[in-house]
Design a protein. Structure first.
Length: 253
């Protein structure tokens, strides 16, 4: 099991601990910490507790994120077939990043920035860290093969989703180290080229009347650029733990 930290007490969750995982944001707590607090410790989260052992937490977390992306099967906007898959960024395989996939977190607002003097804010914007790489991240999602609409956790990423995501990106604290997280976004398009793609888990069915259409769809038409330009998110400047709508999409080791 990888190191996890209880959001309430900031102590590590060990394999022998009793764990309460939130069924909404999937953040882990020691069971006694959840009972002491009386609710999920994530800001504004009203989720209920799912009890499990510490050794099962990683597996349950992965399963919960997978189940959350099992719907929809058909697009509510155009009626086209919706495919399961992953959002993958630019490829750069290294020993630390064996998958090669990586996304960029672009900082929009630093925690506490509005309370600093104007001169310090200007210097931070000119010379401070404005983005960082999330190596190895592979974001589970669904996308319509016809209109290219992106779905996360069963919800279409339309303007209403974006407004909720922007609102929930503020006031977050890292579940690993307790650092105030910075608000920003995950760009889906980069200057000069659209490097981020949606990659299907299965073979999309686009060209049934073509010769060798299965091969073409499987290896050529099985990935596409997304309509959404960027996904609002929050990320920890220390350990790079990153969330979208309060749900973890990137964790270190």
């Amino acid at each position: 099991m990888s190191a996890r930290t209880c959001l309430y007490c900031s102590r590590k969750i060990e394999a022998e601990h009793a764990v309460a995982m939130c069924d909404t944001c999937y953040v882990g707590h020691h069971q006694e910490c959840w009972e002491r607090n009386g609710r999920c410790s994530t800001f504004r989260c009203a989720g209920a507790a799912r009890l499990m052992s510490g050794v099962a937490y990683d597996h349950e977390l992965a399963a919960a994120l997978e189940d959350a992306n099992s719907e929809p099967r058909n697009c509510q906007l155009c009626g086209g077939r919706v495919y399961s898959g992953t959002i993958q960024g630019r490829k750069a395989q290294t020993a630390e990043n064996p998958t090669g996939s990586s996304l960029v977190f672009h900082v929009k607002h630093r925690a506490g920035e509005s309370r600093t003097p104007r001169g310090r804010r200007l210097m931070a914007r000119l010379f401070g860290l404005r983005n960082w790489l999330l190596p190895g991240v592979v974001l589970r999602a669904r996308s319509c093969g016809n209109c290219r609409t992106l779905f996360m956790w069963g919800v279409a990423m339309d303007e209403a989703f974006m407004q909720i995501a922007r609102a929930q990106a503020s006031g977050r604290y890292c579940v690993h180290c307790g650092t105030a997280m910075w608000e920003g976004e995950l760009p889906m398009r980069h200057a000069g080229a659209q490097q981020v793609r949606f990659c299907c888990d299965t073979t999309p069915q686009f060209h049934r009347d073509w010769l060798l259409h299965n091969t073409l769809d499987r290896f050529i038409y099985n990935r596409w650029a997304l309509r959404v330009g960027a996904i609002p998110a929050s990320s920890c400047p220390q350990c790079r733990y990153t969330e979208v709508c309060g749900r973890p999409i990137y964790r270190f080791g």
